[in-house]
Design a protein around this ligand. Structure first.
Ligand SMILES: [Zn+2]
Ligand SMILES: [Zn+2]
Ligand SMILES: [Zn+2]
Ligand SMILES: [Zn+2]
Length: 225
């Protein structure tokens, strides 16, 4: 679901400092240049990738020898998986085969889209920021991710939202703090019954049966004051 313009920041995995969404990629590239000095291997490639949706972002490092499917799996684990929907890289009719090696698909500056679930679709923009000559331990690494955004309750505009109404998701009032959720239950039978979903740190928040990721759990969930 679309969230209004919010401050988006993420921590650097190397030095633990907080940077803005716009500044973190450049900063990470400085660390990656240092990695090249330490472990240069001209036969290998490490791809620095940004996946994003509005204010939410992931900076990833992926080994060029891994299949594209490794990115699909990672995106599902951290942001998307609800009930095993289909997904694809590239636009309809120009899908990129996920068994292809990352190094044969990506190059610096390459951009594509990724879609999870062709019904209630969550779309991400994927961009290759830089490529470096070294091997990525574990094939894929999370370099940074936006901290939970300060999404406030639609009703009182004071407290952080804790739950979202799956039925009212496309209207003005769908995000509620604990108190206002109790009130919404009185006016929305569906919310009281089945439509209450948790606010989570993912662009799939409130969609289908999504209730949160299975990795990097300490940065999932909602904003805390
Ligand atoms: Zn750093
Ligand atoms: Zn689903
Ligand atoms: Zn409220
Ligand atoms: Zn509702």
């Amino acid at each position: 679901m679309a969230v209004p313009k919010l401050k988006s920041e993420g921590k650097c995995i190397y030095c633990d400092e907080l940077f803005t969404k716009a500044g973190i990629s450049k900063h990470l590239n400085l660390h990656l240049e240092e990695e090249v000095k330490k472990q240069k291997n001209e036969k290998k490639s490490a791809f620095h990738i940004r996946a994003e949706s509005d204010e939410m972002f992931l900076n990833l490092l992926i080994d060029g020898d891994a299949p594209l499917g490794i990115l699909d799996t990672f995106l599902r684990e951290i942001w998307l998986e609800c009930c095993g929907h289909m997904s694809q890289f590239g636009t309809y009719g120009k899908e990129i085969n996920m068994t292809k090696k990352i190094s044969t698909v990506f190059k610096s500056g390459f951009e594509t889209t990724y879609e999870y679930d062709f019904g209630t679709t969550t779309q991400l923009d994927i961009r290759v920021l830089a490529v470096y000559p070294f091997t990525v331990n574990g094939k894929i690494q999370l370099l940074s991710r936006n901290e939970p955004l300060e999404i406030l309750c639609h009703k009182c505009s004071k407290e952080p939202a804790e739950s979202i109404c799956n039925v009212h998701i496309y209207d003005g009032e769908a995000l509620f703090c604990k108190k206002c959720a109790v009130l919404h239950k009185k006016e929305c039978e569906d919310f009281a019954d089945y439509a209450e979903m948790p606010v989570v740190n993912s662009p799939r928040m409130g969609e289908c049966g999504y209730t949160g990721g299975v990795i990097d759990l300490e940065r999932d969930g909602r904003f805390k004051k």
